[in-house]
Design a protein around this ligand. Structure first.
Ligand code: SAM
Length: 249
């Protein structure tokens, strides 16, 4: 059984229709936002349930029922870094209809990450976008926003909003705003609520082609001498500047 599980998790890490969920917090959000679990294992299902009673009372009673018990030594072989809370799972990825996401009339911006490279950053960006109730997070480039490390970094909040990788920067009739340290200072009151907010790759920033396509180029003002903010923190600053300037009714 151990070998079969190891193969299942290995396969799931390469299969873009599946997602590997590691640790209690990621599993908590996955269950809260409707994940369809495929397989889930915990070293101590009762201890997991006790954690849920404390940290996710809305899901109490669901954890022990969702997981099968597993030996600690087998769990160690299912994840590169054994989750402290002793739980791992696989789930189906929700399908994302990018055109429908872009057409959604709700006054909420779409976050576009142009070729992000760092899984921790991708995860933190998705987490803050979920917290700010953004319409979606779309990424270009090779890195998978549903990679297990990004899911861990986002505490499983990929399940809370549409998250998908796209071939090219989308438009869908929305204004495209480039967030760039060289832009005009951002005035959150003038931010179009359905804008696509584009953020650049960690080292090099936004590409010339995206900057050329953008309707405007705006910056988060910084102290002199600081060249840029971290990618995820710049998303946090922009989304919460927008949210605090125009709180949802
Ligand atoms: C680490 S920064 C990239 C730094 C890169 N050397 C540059 O100058 O763009 C990653 C992304 O975060 C966003 N960012 C960081 N600081 C920003 C600021 N002060 N204003 C607007 N966007 C910022 C931009 O989208 C940037 O492409």
């Amino acid at each position: 059984v151990g070998d079969e599980l190891i193969h299942h998790f290995r396969r799931a890490r390469r299969d873009r229709s599946l997602v590997v969920i590691e640790g209690f917090h990621a599993l908590k959000h996955a269950l809260r936002f409707g994940a369809e679990l495929e397989q889930a294992y915990a070293v101590d299902p009762e201890a997991l349930e006790a954690l849920a009673a404390d940290l996710a009372p809305d899901r109490a009673g669901r954890f022990a029922a969702a997981v099968a018990p597993i030996e600690a030594a087998t769990l160690d072989r299912l994840a590169p870094l054994t989750p402290r809370t002793g739980v791992v799972a696989t789930a189906r990825r929700p399908a994302v209809d990018v055109e429908a996401v872009l057409a959604d009339e709700r006054p909420a911006p779409v976050v576009l990450l142009e070729d992000p490279r760092n899984m921790g950053n991708i995860g933190a960006s998705i987490r803050v976008a979920a917290g700010a109730d953004a319409a979606a997070v779309l990424t270009t480039g090779e890195h998978d926003p549903w990679h297990a490390d990004a899911v861990r970094g986002a505490a499983g909040l990929q399940f809370a909003l549409p998250v998908a990788s796209v071939e090219a920067p989308p438009r869908g009739g929305r204004p495209l705003l480039a967030l760039d340290p060289e832009g005009e200072p951002l005035d959150p009151r003038r931010l179009s609520p359905r804008a696509i907010l584009a953020f650049g790759t960690e080292r090099d920033g936004l590409s010339d082609s995206l900057l050329g396509e953008a309707d405007a180029r705006v910056s988060i003002p910084m102290r002199a001498g600081v060249s840029s903010l971290n990618l995820a923190t710049s998303i946090a600053a922009s989304l919460f500047a927008w949210r605090l300037a125009a709180p949802p009714r």
